[in-house]
Write a protein that binds this ligand. Structure first.
Ligand SMILES: [Zn+2]
Length: 138
């Protein structure tokens, strides 16, 4: 079984061939299109149609192309969440930035950050660096 990426709402498969396919729209704008993301964690290569260019520094709303649910996190501002299922069937939350050009990815399971990667990872560390003394309340 290969690694799969699914929608957090409908659990529909988001990975097709060698990409994760999401619908994206620029915040406060009618500009929208499809984005192909590289499923390799830490690879920020994206592919879009030439008529839809991702503008660095702009925030995008990502939607599931199957059920149209918004994938941007309501809990963590500026981050987007999808679910990864690994070769062993284990599920992880994958968070990445909705702001174009920001390179950071978090792989989380049961409130534990298992992997964080990317040059901008420090930007959102505040969301996940929970002081030890508070962990017992989670
Ligand atoms: Zn969906």
């Amino acid at each position: 079984m290969a690694v799969e990426y699914i929608c957090k709402i409908c659990r529909g498969h988001l990975n097709v061939k060698t990409s994760i396919v999401l619908a994206a729209s620029r915040l406060h704008s009618s500009i929208r299109g499809l984005v192909f993301l590289n499923p390799e964690i830490g690879n920020y290569t994206t592919t879009t149609h030439p008529t839809f260019t991702i503008q660095e520094g702009e925030e995008y709303i990502y939607n599931c192309p199957i059920c149209h649910s918004q994938l941007n996190s309501t809990k963590y501002k500026h981050l987007v969440r999808i679910i990864m299922i690994d070769e062993n069937g284990k599920e992880f939350d994958i968070y990445f930035s909705g702001i174009a050009g920001e390179k950071c990815t978090y792989k989380i399971r049961e409130n534990k950050v298992l992997q964080k990667i990317g040059p901008d990872v420090k930007t959102y560390d505040k969301y996940f660096d929970i002081p030890e003394e508070y962990k017992k309340y989670l």
